[in-house]
Design a protein around this ligand. Structure first.
Ligand code: AMP
Length: 113
């Protein structure tokens, strides 16, 4: 846990979030600045700075983030969805605790901006 990490605080229940899923390893909560009708984040409770901050020891955990994100999207009416992890500031990462965006409920364009 990084002491000043907002997503660590959400996973520990120290600051509020509108959670849609939680287990011993993951939390999913609705994004406060949604970019689509369905927009939530899936995070591991373990503090990892982002995709580049993982090791092989995290492979199973990251696989679960992906699988659970798709599963929750379908359960919330967005079986077709976009799963995004921003890796580094130039890619748009602003919170340095690994998170996967799950976006759906509207047609998506490609390439992203
Ligand atoms: P990124 O730019 O990929 O690092 O994404 C960070 C995301 O976290 C953004 O979409 C923010 O809107 C979202 N966010 C930041 N703080 C919170 C919060 N307290 N609760 C829910 N979502 C948040």
């Amino acid at each position: 846990m990084a002491g000043d990490c907002i997503f660590c605080k959400i996973s520990k229940g120290e600051i509020p979030a509108k959670k849609l899923y939680e287990d011993d390893e993951l939390v999913a909560f609705w994004d406060t600045a949604p970019q689509a009708p369905i927009h939530f984040l899936v995070i591991p409770k373990k503090h990892l700075s982002g995709p580049a901050g993982t090791t092989a020891a995290d492979d199973q955990l990251i696989g679960k983030v992906l699988r659970k994100g798709a599963e929750l999207a379908a359960a919330n009416g967005a079986a077709d969805c976009r799963l995004v992890m921003n890796n580094g500031p130039e890619a748009g990462q602003t919170v340095f605790h690994l998170h996967m965006h799950v976006l759906g409920g509207r047609p998506m364009t490609w390439p992203p901006g």
